[in-house]
Write a protein that binds this ligand. Structure first.
Ligand code: MRU
Length: 347
């Protein structure tokens, strides 16, 4: 089944409302930056590469109705739109990267008429979408080499079709290996508190015909002890220049368990997730989210006493020493990371 997370149709961003999955596959059509900002905030769209494309479209939506004809006025509007779009969520590098690309194309063409600059921003957002489709497939191509026939992969959160345009990073590796005829089993951690593993990864893997078994997050260690996991692959929201990788809270737990159980732990992410300005994971801003995501099941039924103190940290950082390799669209990067990241990504 072909699933397309984000598209541009009839002058609107068309995307799957991920808060409705797995009950219903519903699409929403957005033509205002305000609505897009909110969709990102409440995670109707989420996952680093999908946020990159959504944010670039957001820049276009934010400037499309600007009525002036002067570059300086337009530039002021662009800066205001960029700041607003960037305030939706703090951790995924791709969100900022998408905004930066949209702004850079405007700056580079600042001698053009304003209507033309707007068209170029929209074209750049579409290019980001197309590039993601191709780079995820490259990640799949490189990563599939690490998977053997009959391997069992454990994953967390959703780094699949729903976190990208139409293929996935960590799950893209699994799709590519399956397409090569390898038999692959997947354990999908449910991923408390918002259950991206059960609601999204289990849903899309199942739809793609992959042999997926959902587990509660705290099952991972015992499965590893029973030698039922061959490798772990997770996505990333932001990767520092030394390879430290931020991803959904609980990823670090898995990396530490892998070290103990001597299981390879891989991160899969495109070049656009790397932040070369940040030397190590300690520089990555970690999103803190609403307590109710933890005290209620999917913001509905109470699972904790009202008023109890809550810490809802959305991401954690896995130190590069715990990562066996980073699977990127430019190839597989192995330690020593500082040197090899620059060499393979060409920065
Ligand atoms: O809070 P989310 O659902 O946006 O978190 C997403 C993740 O942690 C993904 O693993 C990451 O963005 C990589 S997506 C290819």
């Amino acid at each position: 089944m072909y699933i397309r997370t984000i598209d541009w149709k009839d002058n609107k961003v068309r995307m799957i409302d991920q808060t409705k999955l797995p009950q219903k596959l519903v699409y929403i059509n957005i033509d205002r930056l305000r609505d897009l900002w909110w969709a990102i905030k409440i995670m109707q769209v989420r996952g680093a590469p999908a946020l990159g494309a959504a944010a670039a479209f957001g820049v276009y939506l934010g400037v499309k109705d600007y009525s002036g004809n002067d570059w300086l006025g337009f530039q002021r509007k662009l800066k205001q739109v960029a700041r607003y779009a960037a305030s939706a969520r703090p951790t995924a590098r791709n969100l900022f990267w998408g905004i930066e690309r949209a702004c850079a194309v405007a700056l580079k063409n600042n001698k053009q008429p304003i209507f033309k600059i707007k068209q170029l921003i929209l074209a750049e957002a579409k290019t980001i979408m197309r590039e993601d489709m191709s780079s995820c497939r490259k990640i799949g191509f490189y990563g599939a080499k690490l998977l053997k026939h009959n391997n069992t992969v454990l994953t967390i959160c959703n780094a699949g079709i729903l976190a990208t345009i139409d293929y996935g990073t960590a799950l893209g590796v699994i799709y590519a290996a399956c397409a090569q005829g390898k038999k692959i089993k997947v354990f999908s951690c449910e991923t408390r508190p918002l259950l991206q593993g059960s609601r999204l990864s289990a849903w899309e893997l199942y739809k793609q015909g992959v042999d997926v078994t959902m587990i509660a997050d705290n099952t991972a260690s015992s499965l590893m002890a029973e030698k039922k996991v061959d490798l772990v692959i997770a996505g990333a929201d932001r990767i520092a220049a030394n390879g430290d990788s931020a991803n959904k809270i609980g990823t670090l737990n898995l990396a530490i368990l892998c070290k103990y159980h001597k299981i390879p732990f891989y991160i899969a992410a495109p070049k656009s997730t790397f932040d070369f300005k940040i030397n190590s994971g300690s520089g990555i801003k970690i999103e803190m989210r609403n307590a109710q995501e933890v005290t209620k099941i999917l913001l509905k039924k109470n699972t904790a006493p009202p008023g109890v103190k809550v810490l809802n940290t959305a991401f954690d950082v896995t130190a590069h020493q715990l990562i066996s390799a980073i699977i990127t669209d430019k190839g597989i990067i192995r330690p020593p990371y500082i040197k090899n990241i620059r060499r393979i990504l060409g920065e």
